[in-house]
Ligand binder design. Structure first.
Ligand SMILES: *[C@@H]1O[C@H](CO)[C@@H](O)[C@H](O)[C@H]1NC(C)=O
Ligand SMILES: *[C@@H]1O[C@H](CO)[C@@H](O)[C@H](O)[C@H]1NC(C)=O
Ligand SMILES: [Ca+2]
Length: 404
């Protein structure tokens, strides 16, 4: 992967640069060609000077950040002229834009400063594992004052898990400071994401830290995307996770039906954009192919034993309410009740997913908008709560004609 190919890639990068410069004089740039716009933006030259421009050295033009590309090692890169990649301390990872650009990957590790969009925060020795102790942090600088959010994509993320009694992250932790508060996470969460509020204008830098102690073979590769305030991909305010599309899957951090441990001290919301003409949303516990009895929704109780669902919360301190750890979905009902139950519930916990107390797993529907789930766990598991995995739910939005 990277480490091995780095020197080759740099040589290749310089080679490409040479080829570019040599070949440019010989070939004409056809007017209206699209690669030019891809690399330099559509305003790279005033139209009056197009004729003379054909013979300008290509790299004297300052490029505008162009499209994205994928490196052979799987990272997403920025497709830019090769000279820029080296100047900006990126890693060349092969040609893009039909050979007119270079796929340039930006990586930072402990002590680094992120100054480019889509930079990866990786562990030391990446792609090998890291078994060191300490605090590894990168500082994220906004690439533009008009950046309001960061999105972290956990491409690879495996650090030491929480301890087994109370599921607290007391060995390793990912911390984010300078942005909106985020829950501390640990364990394995590859494929998950987070949005971080970066404030308006030139606000404080955001610092991402992985704190490690004790021995563990850790690996992480977190892509940090900067999001414009006016961007369509900006998450709604206060959403740690944000999903678009009619269907998808939401799950807690460190979820895994065999070895996962639901993390303690979590408090965040997961938002799902209500798509046009969709008025409600249904949730189902994800299939669990690893266990005979599903553990895909195990929030409280002892998941080594059959545990029913519990619902409700607040001040009703009875056996069947969710006081300590819960998932909240506004006014949810089980869908297979005809007629539907008059009362709806907001909190669910226990070891079976349903909108009512019982041992039967059910499809749950909610028409409260915006579509959001709130997840809360306290700092205690033992002795009542044992081996809970957290939750994984598949969601499907329902057309307005089909609501109830
Ligand atoms: C960062 O890159 C993403 C694509 O990876 C793009 O959608 C976004 O607009 C870029 N952000 C900025 C601030 O340019
Ligand atoms: C599932 O049940 C079968 C038969 O009772 C048993 O042999 C097997 O070990 C169980 N598997 C798991 C993962 O519990
Ligand atoms: Ca708990």
């Amino acid at each position: 992967m990277f480490k091995q190919n780095l020197s080759e890639n740099i040589v290749f990068g310089f080679g490409l640069l040479l080829v570019f410069n040599l070949s440019f004089g010989a070939c004409k740039v056809s007017e209206g060609s699209s690669w030019k716009d891809m690399i330099f933006g559509s305003k790279w030259l005033p139209s009056a000077s197009k004729r003379e421009a054909r013979f300008l050295p290509i790299f004297s033009v300052v490029p505008v950040g162009a499209g994205t590309c994928t490196a052979p090692s799987g990272e997403q890169g920025n497709c830019i002229p090769s000279k820029d990649c080296l100047l900006r301390a990126g890693i060349p990872a092969g040609p893009c834009a039909g050979g007119y650009g270079l796929c340039c990957v930006f990586l930072q590790t402990c002590g680094g400063i992120i100054r480019e969009n889509s930079t990866y925060f990786v562990n030391p020795n990446h792609p090998d594992v890291y078994d060191g102790t300490g605090s590894c942090q990168v500082t994220v600088q906004k690439i533009h004052p008009d950046v309001c959010q960061l999105r972290l994509d956990f491409d690879m993320f495996s650090i030491a898990p929480p301890e087994s009694q109370n599921h607290v992250c007391n060995q390793d932790q990912l911390l984010v400071s300078g942005g909106s508060p985020i829950p501390t996470i640990c364990g394995s969460s590859a494929g998950d994401h987070m949005y971080i509020d970066a404030g308006l204008g030139q606000s404080n830098a955001i610092v991402l830290s992985v704190i490690t102690s004790g021995t563990f073979s850790r690996i992480w590769r977190i892509r940090v995307t900067q999001i414009h305030c006016g961007s369509l991909s900006r998450a709604d305010h206060g959403c740690l996770q944000y999903y678009t599309g009619i269907s998808g899957r939401v799950r807690s951090f460190n979820y895994n039906t065999v070895t996962g441990r639901q993390l303690s001290n979590q408090d965040y919301s997961i938002c799902i954009r209500a798509e046009r003409n969709f008025c409600s949303i249904q949730y189902n516990a994800c299939p669990d192919v690893e266990n005979n009895r599903s553990r895909s929704f195990t929030i409280s109780g002892n998941s080594n034993n059959p545990t029913g669902s519990m619902v409700g919360g607040g001040s009703q301190v009875t056996q069947n309410t969710c006081i300590n750890d819960w998932l909240l979905i506004g006014c949810m009902r089980s869908v297979d009740r005809i007629p539907p139950l008059a009362a709806c519930e907001d909190r669910v916990c226990g070891g079976t997913f349903s909108a009512e107390v019982g041992t039967i797993q059910r499809t749950v529907q909610s028409s409260v908008r915006p579509f959001r789930l709130y997840f809360h766990t306290d700092g205690v598991e033992a002795p009542t709560d044992v081996d809970n995995r957290g939750f994984c739910l598949d969601f499907v939005q329902q057309p307005c004609t089909n609501g109830f």
